[in-house]
Design a binder for this molecule. Sequence first.
Ligand code: CP
Ligand code: NVA
Length: 298
Amino acid sequence: MSCRHFLTLKDLSSDEFRALIARASELKGNPAAAKRADGKTLGLIFEKSSTRTRVAFEVAMNQVGGSALFLSSNDSQLGRGEPIEDTARVLSRMVDCVAIRTFHHSQLESFARYSQVPVINALTDDYHPCQLLADMQTFAEHRGDITGKRVAWIGDGNNMCHSYINAAELLDFELTIASPAGFEANEALVAAHSKRIKLCETPQEAVAGASLVVTDVWASMGQEDEQASRLAKFAGFQVNSQLMGNAEHDALFMHCLPAHRGEEVSAELLDGESSVVWDEAENRMHSQKALIEFLLNS
Ligand code: CP
Ligand code: NVA
């Protein structure tokens, strides 16, 4: 059975992406406008930790009359080696939608291939599209249309960076990226979106003229044993007020969180006026509610 999945942002057209952002803001202002999902269940399969993504999905489902069923790999047969394909066949006969947070993106794709119900990427090593729904909603709420603007990505060329690359293509903004040597974004993905991307030698160059500056942790989930060595390799890539001084005067700062103050971002910037990280975090709930509504009614 074919159904809509949300494995990367590229599963949406530009118009659908823009409509989801607008719908998320609408639902934020008027939660009662959300389509009901009475009796519907969202399965949450999480093989990595989460605060925002999990709570956003659970609260969103509760608010529209449905429920969420959380399964960590420790609690399910997945953790004991049951194939992802079998898990997909079984779970998708019982629930109405599934969100998965896992390591290899190919695991998510395998699940989707065997699922009868929509599958959502709740973060893989390669992409974090749900976060981009909230980030783009937050930018729109603070600054309006992002089309034609410059966005700077500073730091690891990771899952978040890859989703920013997809967003740049869909929403037609310019993405400047500065990463330490050896931590660049996926080369093929960059090449495929070269029209929208500019690779920069330094963070200063990347933030010049930027309306939005974004960073993320230097060691992602699953890379904990590289934390110490990355600290040295990422030196000079901290986003702080001094660096923001090179961006547009009203540039916003975003971070998907959790943040490490004093590493990828200074405390004064994260907790300062240009930072919209708390709105960004709140918008995870509104945008994921809009996403569920879209997928359950597609
Ligand atoms: N930003 C984000 O995905 O947060 P969690 O890991 O807490 O879900
Ligand atoms: N890049 C981070 C994002 C966390 C929300 C990670 O994968 O751990």
